[in-house]
Every structure is written in structure tokens, then in C-alpha cells.
Design a protein around this ligand. Structure first.
Ligand code: FAD
Length: 455
């Protein structure tokens, strides 16, 4: 490929998503001047506006921002936290209400304890976290759990964590990119069809979009989240799965009582957030919404398709977006798990109907590490995916890692971790452990109005 300079043409496919928008932001901040974003939807993300099932960062009212992780992921999250608190693009969208990460099962408690102890040697982190070993200690930090079903819970209290207003934060990045003069193409014209290859059919020199247009570039970055394995043959390195989300509506009086509660996460049950005010342009239609999610191994949606690079159709788990299928809800069995989250964490609302429930997609690698690398067969084509369900928190900084990769500055250790690596890890469980995921094709109650296999 041609040497990378500040005038090189760089295309980011999926540029309105979490990792793509972050990559564009860091390219701009490092002085790159010729950047084009391609995406099916734009800023503000339509996926977000429709309450959506798109993978994620760009598509939700709140996401956990904090870290109980160690290793490279923990290091990156910690770098990120500084940007959430101080960077003008992000700081208005971060709410530091604290986070409880708890469990009741002895194995899960032991995992949490190991993670807690690993942090005790960290000079700063050790002062921000505390081990809570019983109900009373938990209620001191999370008084709203006093009526919750929390017997046997223990876990980590992290006072320097909270939630990010996901769609607003991504939109803030979008505004900053416009200020930098980044070119953006959305809709059919921004929808990736296949890479554009040089005459030798090896080197990637751009992208062909669904409208047939050719976009030339020196570097192409695929940051297409859960859609990545159905667009490019990743040789089984990423498996896309969805998880489910529900919204509870509160009255203003209720919202005042629950305002500023910490994020509560329990791996055996799920997680929930404080109520968020959702303004509406029509008077009287503003709402207060609590978002909650259950924890389970996720659902796949396997079907035959032929991504670029596959010699024939192969079985890939293909996302189905809520934007394209707004009547989709969640499988019946998922509704039961969501009700359980309310019973355990918010029992006051155990009989209240959800105002919305939907599915949201990400893509897991077998070892839960990113796939940030150059395509081994196509110089110039880069992958920035494999979010493994933990990448929204890195919105401020994930792109910096991608730009390090483009500039050849990423450390040898990170390049090894995030390398093209078919066969490494545990493909059956794709990074999560536990039961293998069920397939949506075998479940009832989620597809309404059209063929459940349609995209
Ligand atoms: P996305 O943000 O989905 O971006 C992909 C982009 O690619 C989209 O904009 C899409 O429009 C675009 N695209 C797709 N196909 C094409 C095409 N053909 N051409 C052009 N563009 C295309 N993470 C956390 O850190 N904290 C949390 O609390 C958290 N909670 C979660 C809860 C749920 C229910 C789920 C499902 C995920 C959660 N995550 C959380 C994970 C997090 O949201 C994801 O890891 C992250 O947002 C993925 O970012 P991405 O850039 O890879 O994908």
C-alpha cells in the first residue's frame, strides 16, 4: 500500500457507529484531512431514533461506563474514563452515579473477588472500589435495593463509574466530525456492498456501495459491528448475537425517587439504570424511562449468505435490525427473564408493563478481544470489529487504538491480541462461557408482520 500521510484518503465503513465514529475522531485529532464515513444510517443515528436493535453504541438511551475488568481491556477502559470525565466531546454525556457489580452464585462471587483483588495493587483504582459482602453493605450504597431480592449478593462497588447517554454521545462525535469537515455518505450510497480491488484483485483501493458507486481510498476501515461477518468472510472469528432490552416508564414522582440510583449489574440476572428523561417536541409527551437488560448467552440468527471472500454461501449469524423491522419484539422466553430483572432489582414495578422491548446486536470473538488488524489477503483493508459486547464504554478511545494500527504504532502485544486469528479461543462459546446461544430461528414471539428470515 502507499505510505500513510495526513492527505491519504481514508474510508470508514460503519462510521456512524461506536468504533467507526471514534476512529474518525482520532484521525481528525491527529491531523488527517481526507476522511469519508460511509454508513447505512447517519447522525443522529436512525437506529437510535427508532429505539432500535442496531448493535449498539449508537442506539440506546444508556450504557454502562466503568470497568471491573483487568488486562488490556481494563487498561483501555481506564484511559477512556479520563476522556469521559474531561473531554468536551464526551463529558456532558457521562453520569457518574456509581456501579454495583454483584452476584449470588459462589463461582461468580469468586470471579468478582479475583477481579477486585487484582485491582488492589493499582494506586488509584484501589481507592475507588470497595468489596460489599452483605445485604446491609449493599443497601448503604444502593438504598433502592432495600426491597430487592438480593439475599446472598456480594460484589464490587465502584464509585467512579456510571452510565453514558449512548445515542447523545455518538451524536456529539458526529457534530465534532462535521466541524472537522469529514465527508459523510449515508443511506444506499453509504451502504457497503464489497471492497474495490486493484487489477491484481488483492490490494484494496476503496469500496463499492449498494448504489454501485466506487469510492477510492488509500485505506478502508471496516467498523461495521455485528454486520461485519456477513459483509466480509471472517472465517468464523466473529459470531454476531443479540441481547434484549426493555423500557419501563415512570411517572415524574417515581422518577424523582429513583433519580441518581447507581447502575446495578448482576451477571445471573441482568442490569438496570436510573430513569432517564426523554424530551419530546410535543408538549406533554416527555417521558421518564428506566432501561433494563437481562443476562443470558445471547441469540444467534444463522442463515446462508455469501460475504466478500467466501467462495460459496456459508452459514453466518446475520443481524436483523429493528429499524428495518420496527414491529419486531423479543422472544417469549426473554420476556420472562426481563420480568425477573424487575422483580429482583425494581420490585415496586413488578406488575408494570414494558413500554418497549427489542433486540440489540453485537459481535463476539472467541476470546472476547477485538479484531483490529489488516486483512491478511487484502492490503489496505482493515478490520475494526469484534466488540464482544463491551465496546461502548470505549467510545472515546477505541478509535485511538485503530489509528495506532493504521500508523503502525500499536504495541506488539496489542497487535498479537487483536490479530487475524481463526481457530484461537473457544469458538463454541465465543468469549462468554456458559451455555451455547440459542438461535432466533428456533424461538417464538419476536418476529411480527413479516418473514423472520428476511433482512
Ligand atoms: P456499532 O456501534 O453497531 O456500529 C456498526 C455500524 O456499522 C452501524 O452504524 C451500522 O449502521 C453500520 N453498518 C452496518 N452495515 C453496514 C453496511 N453494509 N454499510 C455501511 N455501514 C454499515 N457496551 C458497553 O460498553 N456498556 C454497556 O452497558 C453495553 N450494553 C449493551 C447492551 C446490549 C443489549 C448490547 C447488545 C450491547 C451492549 N454493549 C455495551 C456493547 C456495545 O454497545 C458494543 O460493543 C458497541 O457499541 C459495538 O460498536 P461497533 O462500532 O462495533 O458497532
Amino acid at each position: 500500500t502507499t505510505p500513510l500521510t495526513h492527505d491519504s484518503a481514508i474510508i470508514i465503513v460503519g462510521g456512524a457507529g461506536t468504533i467507526g465514529s471514534s476512529t474518525a475522531l482520532h484521525l481528525c485529532r491527529r491531523g488527517y484531512k481526507n476522511i469519508t464515513l460511509l454508513d447505512v444510517y447517519g447522525f443522529p443515528s436512525d437506529y437510535a431514533m427508532h429505539g432500535s436493535s442496531q448493535s449498539a453504541g449508537a442506539s440506546d438511551i444508556n450504557k454502562i461506563v466503568g470497568s471491573s475488568n483487568s488486562g488490556t481491556r481494563g487498561e483501555i477502559t481506564e484511559m477512556t474514563m479520563d476522556m469521559w470525565r474531561n473531554d468536551p466531546v464526551f463529558k456532558d454525556y457521562y453520569h457518574e452515579v456509581g456501579e454495583l457489580s454483584a452476584a449470588a452464585d459462589s463461582e461468580h462471587i469468586a470471579d468478582l473477588r479475583r477481579s477486585y483483588e487484582a485491582k488492589l495493587s493499582h494506586p488509584v483504582k484501589s481507592k475507588e472500589i470497595k468489596w460489599l459482602s452483605n445485604r446491609e453493605e449493599i443497601i448503604t450504597h444502593c438504598p433502592h435495593l432495600a426491597s430487592g431480592l438480593i439475599d446472598g449478593w456480594q460484589g464490587i462497588w465502584n464509585e467512579r463509574a456510571g452510565w453514558g447517554a449512548a445515542n447523545d454521545a455518538v451524536d456529539s462525535v458526529g457534530r465534532e466530525l462535521r466541524r472537522f469537515g469529514v465527508k459523510m455518505v449515508f443511506g444506499q450510497g453509504g451502504t457497503f456492498d464489497r471492497p474495490l480491488l486493484d487489477d491484481d484483485t488483492t490490494r484494496c483501493i476503496g469500496v463499492i456501495t449498494k448504489d454501485g458507486a466506487k469510492h477510492y481510498a488509500d485505506r478502508v476501515v471496516m467498523a461495521t459491528g455485528a454486520w461485519s461477518p456477513s459483509l466480509i468472510d471472517l472465517e468464523g472469528q466473529c459470531v454476531s448475537k443479540c441481547w434484549i432490552v426493555a423500557h419501563l416508564e415512570l411517572s415524574e414522582e417515581e422518577a424523582v425517587r429513583y433519580k441518581s440510583i447507581p447502575v446495578v449489574y448482576n451477571e445471573e440476572v441482568g442490569f438496570c439504570f436510573e430513569p432517564r428523561f426523554i424530551p419530546h417536541h410535543q408538549p406533554g409527551k416527555d417521558r421518564w424511562i428506566i432501561k433494563l437488560c437481562d443476562e443470558f448467552p445471547g441469540y444467534t440468527r444463522f442463515m446462508e449468505t455469501q460475504p466478500f471472500g467466501a467462495g460459496q454461501p456459508i452459514k453466518v449469524s446475520v443481524p436483523r435490525s429493528h429499524s428495518a423491522h420496527p414491529t419486531d419484539t423479543v422472544p417469549e422466553e426473554g420476556q420472562h427473564r426481563l420480568r425477573r430483572v424487575v422483580e429482583v432489582m425494581l420490585p415496586e414495578f413488578k406488575d408494570r408493563e414494558f413500554v418497549k422491548s427489542y433486540m440489540c446486536w453485537c459481535t463476539d470473538t472467541a476470546d472476547a478481544e477485538w479484531l483490529f488488524c489488516q486483512h491478511p489477503g487484502h492490503p489496505g483493508l482493515y478490520l475494526a470489529t469484534g466488540d464482544s459486547g463491551h465496546s461502548f464504554v470505549t467510545l472515546p478511545s477505541a478509535g485511538s487504538q485503530v489509528v495506532d494500527l493504521l500508523e503502525g504504532k500499536a504495541s506488539a502485544e496489542r497487535m498479537r491480541k487483536w490479530a487475524w486469528r481463526p481457530g484461537r479461543g473457544d469458538p463454541e462459546h465465543t468469549g462468554r462461557g456458559g451455555e451455547p446461544p440459542k438461535d432466533l430461528g428456533d424461538l417464538k414471539g419476536w418476529a411480527h408482520g413479516d418473514d423472520e428470515r428476511a433482512e
